[in-house]
Design a protein around this ligand. Structure first.
Ligand SMILES: NC(=O)c1ccc[n+]([C@@H]2O[C@H](COP(=O)([O-])OP(=O)(O)OC[C@H]3O[C@@H](n4cnc5c(N)ncnc54)[C@H](OP(=O)(O)O)[C@@H]3O)[C@@H](O)[C@H]2O)c1
Length: 281
């Protein structure tokens, strides 16, 4: 099998790359990383033939295209697994606990606009700003939405022909590492405006993809790992609502167990990986 995992530099993504390589002897894995970390380099040295490390910044469309292009030969035209793991709480490292803390890097007008049109007032004027820089490069300044939704959606688009052409009895799988806070009906605490919104939007994207994917033998689902001991969760460990703080390694193992067991009938689901229960939208 060949797999493509985003956010392969650290945390859950790194553990997933490692686990796929270890548990699937014939597998080939693309670890897409914005930063090539030491542990990822060490993994590359260990699995030089089966691991391809590509640079990927999900906020830049050109980077998505380059990363996809770079995998062409390595994946030999087909991809059985795409894991949307890369994610961002907020550039500050903490989610906004009040609407007053929202800024351009959260999800304000920069979701849609790269360049500020001359003479424009502040505010949401969605249709008038171009999504391109002066040199024509598309980008998305709003880091949270770009990293958690827009970039993954465009990456899926770029890799979709290879997912479709995998041509196996088993469907190809697109998996998003989801967040419990994405659940609208389960939202009791508020806060984390942009992270919640982006993760909910990503679930909506995954659900949509599951419908189109059914026509092409591609299954798509979101997996929620509860709280995992990574950089992203560090500021929130004290408030962990679960009895355990999971390690990235055990999380990756469990996720792979589910990924292997899930098929077409599981497409469109949003599931807690430990309880295997569906999470309400
Ligand atoms: N930890 C938890 O408790 C928890 C719970 C629920 C869901 N999740 C989800 O799990 C996923 C992985 O998070 P984690 O906990 O492993 O966090 P992490 O250790 O902070 O890792 C985040 C990863 O995302 C990458 N990334 C950030 N911005 C990027 C960009 N613009 N382009 C490409 N890659 C980018 C980072 O790359 P760099 O190394 O270059 O920064 C890093 O590899 C996220 O989607 C998160 O929402 C985590």
């Amino acid at each position: 099998m060949s797999a493509f995992v985003t956010g392969g530099s650290r945390g859950i993504g790194l553990a997933l790359v490692q686990a796929i390589l270890r548990e699937n002897p014939g597998s080939r894995v693309v670890a897409a990383a914005r930063t090539v970390s030491e542990p990822l380099e060490a993994l590359k040295a260990q699995y030089s033939n089966r691991l391809l490390v590509v640079n990927l910044d999900l906020t830049e469309e050109a980077s998505i295209q380059d990363a996809t292009q770079a995998t062409e030969d390595f994946c030999q035209g087909s991809l059985q697994l795409l894991v949307h793991n890369a994610g961002l709480m907020h550039p500050s490292g903490r989610g906004e606990n009040s609407i007053t803390r929202l800024d351009m890097n959260s999800f304000n007008k920069a979701i849609f606009h790269g360049t500020k049109a001359p003479g424009r007032k502040q505010g949401l004027e969605l249709q008038t700003y171009p999504l391109q820089d002066n040199d024509g490069t598309s980008f998305c300044r709003c880091q949270v939405m770009a990293t958690n939704v827009v970039g993954p959606a465009l990456l899926t688009k770029a890799l979709y022909p290879r997912l479709k052409s995998a041509g196996q009895k088993e469907p190809s799988k697109v998996v998003a590492v989801g967040a419990g806070v994405a659940s609208i009906s389960g939202n009791q605490a508020g806060g984390w405006y942009s992270y919640r919104t982006s993760k909910t939007a990503m679930n909506a994207f995954m659900k949509n993809l599951s419908i189109e994917g059914a026509r092409h033998n591609v299954t798509a689902f979101s997996l929620y790992p509860q709280m995992v001991d990574t950089t992203l969760s560090k500021p929130y460990v004290k408030g962990n609502p679960y009895p355990e703080l999971r390690s990235p390694e055990e999380t990756a193992e469990r996720m792979l167990e589910l990924i292997h067991s899930f098929g077409m009938n599981d497409s469109g689901r949003f599931v807690n990986i430990w309880s295997r229960q569906d999470i309400a939208w």
